[in-house]
Design a binder for this molecule. Structure first.
Ligand SMILES: [Zn+2]
Length: 90
């Protein structure tokens, strides 16, 4: 599932929900890997660009490859984002 197209002018990725190793649900572009910690952050261009080696997205969590998974409906509902206009992947 995905929420919006990546707001970056140069990118055509999809912003999708991800569950981190610590159980946080965040939003990540499946193309440029920019991360938003909240849906409202997307409109505000309030993103994080995780990078090697720690892939940190804040003081309490990270998106290191191999530790995350794409979220499912139940995950976004738990995060309180169940009412957003999620779309199915093509
Ligand atoms: Zn992107």
């Amino acid at each position: 599932m995905w929420l919006v197209e990546c707001p970056s002018f140069w990118d055509q990725g999809l912003v999708r929900p991800v569950v981190t190793e610590h159980g946080n649900v965040v939003l990540m572009c499946d193309s440029c890997t920019a991360v938003w910690r909240t849906p409202s952050g997307i409109e505000d261009f309030d993103h994080v660009e995780p990078a090697e080696p720690d892939w940190s997205i804040g003081p309490d969590t990270h998106v290191r490859p191999g530790t995350t998974r794409w979220a499912e409906r139940a995950d976004v509902t738990t995060a309180g984002w169940g009412d957003l206009r999620w779309r199915e992947l093509p």
